[in-house]
Ligand binder design. Sequence first.
Ligand code: PXP
Length: 236
Amino acid sequence: MTNLSVNINKIATLRNSRGGRFPDVLNAARKCQDFGADGITIHPRPDQRHITRDDAYALKDVVTKEYNIEGFPSKDFIEIVTKILPTQVTLVPDPPNILTSNNGWDTNKNFIFLSDIIEELHAHNIRVSIFVNPALEMVEGAKKCNSDRIELYTEAYCNSFKEDKKKAIQPYIQSAELAENLKLGVNAGHDLNLDNLQYFAKNIPNLEEVSIGHALISDALYLGLENTIQMYKRLL
Ligand code: PXP
């Protein structure tokens, strides 16, 4: 069974658009877990345009399932996660003002940087996942850095899914098989939705977790949050 971690950034985006407290991010996290989510993901960015630093800290007491914090490992980010001690930190190579993650790490070029960060997170008993494109050398690099897992960046799969899903999934199958041989756990995320999720999960048997935000929260506008989470869960 693949775990579903719900990324609640979009709830914070909606809240911030009006100022004030609603919709309440903490309540959304509680509800997602009550409705069947296996975890909660946030991506606090330096400009705090969605999840704020205060949200990240407050969620620590609310997330009773898996708490996954994504982000670029700046000094500030490392300070936050080593105080919160979430279940998992997912390292992404995003420059500060980017709209959304748009690339995986070059795990070879950044070997020293990533190895040092991972060592620090491991010293705090935090599991580490590295966001990578589905490329064998990046998976090998993640292992060399001593990461526990990789998160496969699924945008390319999702973009080509309608055209040729068999071809689109090939690099992901190869990367996941290599990860399994190297004893690296496999997560995935970005642009997964009700159309493309099941085929992905079915073809990546060692897929431990998907983190889904944009499509899931958008679907919930029409279908309701409880129903939507259950629909995603069923596809897994
Ligand atoms: N994984 C990472 C590293 C991300 O940056 C994001 C977007 O915040 C996701 C997964 C989830 O992507 P989406 O919002 O498209 O489901």
